[in-house]
Ligand binder design. Structure first.
Ligand code: SF4
Length: 406
């Protein structure tokens, strides 16, 4: 998809006259439609237009007619897929961009940033940080769940997008915070009867035309396509970081997955100088120094080949067998063992999970299974070396309070 540069919208005299006629026609449609008379959308648009100098001068008659049609408001917005007042407001904003800030039809709040990635919360699912593709499924929420269930390796995040302003601002900020994302796939259904926004068309308009001096996305047809909470630099950095793929209207899982895979194969790597990358502490993992026995006891794990099951014997610390747990999967065994309190240390639980996975592989492949010992130095070894061994003590390797040098 072609990338574009930001530019200001300048309506010529003729174009302005044409746009004013669009405003009159759309206001007339709303004035004639009974459903609009009690709709907050219609009433707030007329009130907002009345505050502008150009509308007061050139649209006084249709605005007065519209106001005469008002009846007490019954709903804020009926959510029509085509909204006449929204079209009127957008045409007016195109004709008089300098006055369009007054058309605050759908007020936006400053989104609250949080630690980590993605910095702004929203209706999305994170798959992995170090992947190149983000997917906006617009109003097709079920597609998010289907994509996340498949977890394609190039997919970083998938979520819906319902609004032209806050929604797109969140996409921009969350993408900028992850330099690995180089593609945004826009797919799924773009209209929603209950809301009446056009976020997909607006996102593509942003890519093609940019924003005007007031942050209005040029050529966007949605209700209020104005970005208030992102800077011009952020918009430019977003357009430079990602390529936006237009699959609007397509909610076919297979085609979206194929697109993600194709894009992943040509991912150029992370952005070199990202504008707002989220930073994380880098933690170097260390080998365990001490083996602290689990006060609940220890396990003997084996594949029961005859019954084609996994088996775990649990022994108390004095060496007496107190339980035998059998099942078909590691998850069934470790869940049962944890629920019954047969494991009380996290490192012991992790060890059990690892051994169950090895025993399961042996059951499936027929490879011999020998239970591995847990990592770290045992009590007996401590007796001969003192605590975790001289090297560990010197290096300050053991931090467990129960394991002190003697
Ligand atoms: S949403 Fe728009 S078109 Fe629908 S009733 Fe309200 S003002 Fe009229």
């Amino acid at each position: 998809m072609e990338r574009s540069h930001l530019h200001l919208s300048e309506a010529t005299g003729l174009e302005r006259a044409r746009l004013l006629q669009v405003v009159r026609d759309e206001l007339a449609e709303a004035t004639a439609a009974k459903k609009c008379h009690s709709c907050g959308c219609f009433q707030s648009t007329v009130s907002a237009l009345e505050t502008t100098a150009s509308a007061a001068e050139q649209l006084s008659e249709p605005l007065a007619e519209a106001r005469r049609a008002f009846v007490p408001k019954k709903y804020d917005c009926l959510g029509c897929a085509v909204c006449f007042p929204a079209s009127a407001a957008n045409a007016f904003a195109e004709a008089f961009p300098e006055q369009s800030v007054a058309l605050d039809l759908c007020p936006t709040e400053v989104p609250k940033q949080r630690m980590g990635w993605p910095p702004l919360p929203g209706d999305f699912e994170v798959v992995r940080y170090q992947a190149a593709v983000a997917v906006c499924t617009l109003n097709s929420g079920e597609l998010v769940a289907a994509l996340v269930a498949r977890r394609p390796s190039a997919l970083s995040i998938a979520g819906t997008l319902h609004t032209e302003n806050l929604g797109i601002e969140r996409v921009i900020k969350n993408v900028l915070a992850n330099p690995n994302i180089r593609f945004v796939v826009v797919c799924g259904e773009d209209t929603q009867q209950a809301i009446g926004h056009l976020p997909g068309q607006t996102l593509l308009a942003l890519v093609r035309n940019g924003i005007d001096a007031d942050g209005r996305i040029v050529g966007a047809k949605g209700k209020r396509p104005v970005l208030k909470n992102v800077s011009r630099d952020e918009v430019q950095a977003f357009l430079g970081q990602v390529e936006v793929m237009d699959l609007i209207g397509d909610a076919d899982l297979g085609r979206v997955l194929a697109t993600i895979e194709r894009l992943g194969a040509r991912a150029p790597g992370p952005v070199v100088a990202p504008l707002h990358a989220t930073t994380f502490p880098s933690i170097a993992a260390q080998e365990p120094a001490c083996l602290i026995p689990d006060p609940a006891g220890f396990f003997v794990v084996y594949p029961d080949i005859g019954r084609h099951r996994l088996a775990v014997e649990h022994y108390t610390t004095d060496g007496s067998l107190d339980a035998v747990v059998t099942g078909r999967t590691p998850a069934a065994l470790y869940t049962t063992i944890a629920e019954r309190g047969l494991v009380t240390r996290l490192d012991h639980a992790a060890y059990l999970g690892r051994e169950l996975a090895r025993a399961e592989r042996s059951l499936e492949t027929g490879e011999p299974y020998v239970q591995d010992r847990a990592a770290g130095v045992t009590d007996a070894e401590k007796m001969s070396t003192g605590c975790c061994g001289a090297d560990d003590r010197r290096a300050g390797g053991c931090t467990d309070a129960k394991c002190k040098p003697e």
